[in-house]
Design a protein around this ligand. Structure first.
Ligand code: C5P
Length: 317
C-alpha cells in the first residue's frame, strides 16, 4: 500500500462567530453555565500554519488591523494548547511550529481564541496525517473551550450544554452584518460573573436556557432568510452584564440604531457589537454612517460560512 506523502506545512482557516441568541441558565457546579445559543460563523477568520518542527512553538500576527498585543505565546495560547493536546492524545512524536494570523478581534466575544484552537487542530491533524474527522476533533476542542466545536463545524448551529453540543440550523440566505470592535477586550469569565451578580441583585428567579419561544423565532427567521424577522428575534442574556462592565457599549448600540441597522446586540460576552443589515449594500451604508465617529473599528461581515478547513498543504521534499 502506498502511504500518503508527508506534509511539511499545512495552513487551516477557522471562522469567527456571532451569537444570534444567547440564553444563559443557572451557574453549574463545574463553573460553567448551561446555555442555549444560536451561533453563526462569519467571514472573519483565523489562519494557522502548522510547520513540522522538533519542539512546540507559536508566533502571532494581526491581519486587517487586529491588535494582537497581549496574546500569550506560552502554553496559555489556545492554538499551542490544541497542538499539544492533539499530539499527546494521538501519540505523535516530534513537534510543530504554529504561525497564527489573526483576523478576529482579540477578547471581542467572537471566539477568536477558539477559532485559533479549531484551525490548529485541523492543521495539525492534516500535518500529522491523523484523519481524525470533525467529531473527534470537536471532542478534543471542547476540552479547550466551549466555542471550539462550533468553530470546527461552522455555518449556523444551535449550541446547548456549555454551548459545545451542536445541531445545525437550516439557513436560507446570507446575512449581512456590521461589526463595531471595541477599544478594549472583556474577559468572558468576568462577564458571566457580572451576569450572576446582576441576577442576584435583582432577586428574580434565574431562567432555564430552555429552547423555547425565542429559539423558534430565530429558527423561523433563518429558515425564511428574513433579516427583519431575525433582527426582531436577536437576544443576548449577557448584554446587560457586558454593558455594565463597559458602559460605552450602550452608546455603540444606540449609534447603530441611529445609523439605520435593523437591530444590534453585543456579540457573546462582548465587547464587539454586531449590527444586522437588510442586504450587503445596506451594511455598507450603515458602516459608512458609523465610520466618521468610529473609524477603523467598523467592519462589515457576512455569514454563515463553513467551519475550519485546510487551505493549503505543502509536501515535504
Ligand atoms: O470555555 P471557555 O474557555 O470559552 O469559557 C471561558 C469562561 O467563560 C469559563 O471559564 C466560564 O467562566 C465562562 N463560561 C460559562 N458558561 C459557558 C461558557 C463559558 O460560565 N457555557
Amino acid at each position: 500500500m502506498l502511504s500518503a506523502p508527508a506534509q511539511a506545512a499545512v495552513t487551516a482557516r477557522a471562522p469567527a462567530k456571532v451569537n444570534l441568541l444567547l440564553e444563559v441558565g443557572p451557574l453549574r457546579d463545574d463553573g460553567y453555565h448551561d446555555l442555549l445559543t444560536v451561533f453563526q460563523a462569519l467571514d472573519l477568520a483565523e489562519d494557522v500554519t502548522a510547520t513540522a518542527a522538533d519542539g512546540f512553538s507559536v508566533e502571532v500576527e494581526g491581519a486587517g488591523g487586529v491588535d494582537v498585543t497581549g496574546v500569550p505565546l506560552d502554553e496559555r495560547n489556545l492554538a499551542l494548547r490544541a497542538a499539544l493536546l492533539l499530539a499527546e492524545r494521538a501519540g505523535v512524536r516530534g513537534g510543530v511550529h504554529l504561525s497564527v494570523r489573526k483576523g478576529v478581534p482579540v477578547a471581542g466575544g467572537m471566539a477568536g481564541g477558539s477559532a485559533d484552537a479549531a484551525a490548529a487542530l485541523v492543521a495539525c491533524d492534516a500535518l500529522w496525517q491523523l484523519h481524525l474527522g470533525l467529531d473527534a476533533l470537536g471532542e478534543l476542542g471542547a476540552e479547550l473551550g466551549a466555542d471550539v466545536p462550533f468553530c470546527l463545524h461552522g455555518r449556523t448551529a444551535v449550541g446547548t450544554g456549555r454551548g459545545d453540543r451542536l445541531v445545525p440550523v437550516l439557513t436560507a440566505a446570507p446575512f449581512h452584518w456590521v461589526l463595531v470592535l471595541a477599544g478594549r477586550g472583556l474577559s468572558t469569565p468576568a462577564v458571566f460573573a457580572e451576569c450572576d451578580r446582576l441576577r442576584e441583585v435583582s432577586g428574580a428567579p434565574v431562567p432555564e436556557a430552555d429552547a423555547g419561544e425565542r429559539l423558534r423565532a430565530v429558527e423561523a427567521a433563518l429558515r425564511a432568510g428574513d433579516p427583519a424577522a431575525l433582527g426582531a428575534a436577536l437576544a443576548n442574556d449577557l448584554q446587560e452584564a457586558a454593558c455594565s462592565l463597559a458602559p460605552e457599549l450602550s452608546g455603540t448600540l444606540a449609534a447603530g440604531a441611529a445609523a439605520g441597522a435593523l437591530a444590534g446586540l453585543v456579540s457573546g460576552s462582548g465587547p464587539t457589537v454586531a449590527l444586522l443589515a437588510a442586504s450587503a449594500p445596506h451594511a455598507r451604508r450603515v458602516a459608512a454612517a458609523l465610520r466618521p465617529a468610529l473609524g477603523e473599528r467598523v467592519r462589515t461581515a457576512t455569514g454563515p460560512v463553513p467551519g475550519a478547513r485546510v487551505l493549503e498543504a505543502v509536501r515535504a521534499r
